[in-house]
Design a protein around this ligand. Sequence first.
Ligand SMILES: C[S@@+](CC[C@H](N)C(=O)[O-])C[C@H]1O[C@@H](n2cnc3c(N)ncnc32)[C@H](O)[C@@H]1O
Length: 302
Amino acid sequence: MDVRSALRQATARLRAGGVPSHTLAAELLLMHVLGRDRAWLYTHPEEFVEASAAERYFDLVARRIAGVPTQYLTGKQEFWGLEFEVCPGVLIPRPETEHVMEAALERLGPAKSRRTLRGADVGTGSGCLAVALACELPEAGIVATDISPVALEVARRNAARHGVAARIEFVQCNLLDAFLGQPLATRLPRAESRGHSPLAFDLIVSNPPYVAHSEAATLPREVGEHEPAQALFGGEGGNDVYPPLVVQAEKLLAPGGVLVLELSYNAFAHVRALLAAADTWTRVAVTHDLAGIPRVLAAERV
Ligand SMILES: C[S@@+](CC[C@H](N)C(=O)[O-])C[C@H]1O[C@@H](n2cnc3c(N)ncnc32)[C@H](O)[C@@H]1O
């Protein structure tokens, strides 16, 4: 069988199996099996695909039709132009989470190159936000927390893959519990603490679990049956994590420090009210995603 026939057959099976973006899935799986990029596939349509490779390919196609996300089959997903390892047990980074990066970098502005900059990523998952931030902020020290040991292992490997492991401290804890009442300067590797409060972060970002349990049945099969529940669900109404996270951010951010949160489709009013009630936040703003949903909230600690 040649490359063109393999792609055609796989695309037809994926389409018949109701897989969304079936052509893309067929390409990504064949790229993975052959260790080639898309340009190679389309410039070598008559190249012979060995029987063993074809067998592996159509096995992956069958698993994709059975609902396994393509990224769990290939073991990777791109985020912020960087390739991240993913596996079951770790949320697949989503494109809309790149708005968290954009909002954080925009708010930091000239502070981006400061040697004392300290950030936190709460619920790091694959480590996509912590690693992308460390790449963008070459002088910063970052802490990345998660309750999932599997996620933290994958995040550590992603940090090493992108050469930023020495500037990210990975901590297994609830939200930022491990840092409450602790002098952060003693905990952050390589983060210079000179002239800076030892008790404060300059930036806290989070894409917390925010799907409502009551909406579990509406999730696509790929998500509901394959991605980790603790990465998805934020309680019955979905908004359980925001109140404690905002309280901790209020305690742990330095004056002028920036909080950036990804929001569920209906969380903006709820989180804005939380910030308004605290009376310690300013410059609250929202970024809409490509679907027009208020997706990312940014605010500054007074
Ligand atoms: C929506 S995922 C986000 C993962 C990653 N930051 C991203 O954007 O792809 C939420 C992550 O938060 C973690 N998590 C859930 N509850 C947590 C808690 N109470 N404290 C810390 N991490 C938590 C989950 O294990 C999961 O990795």
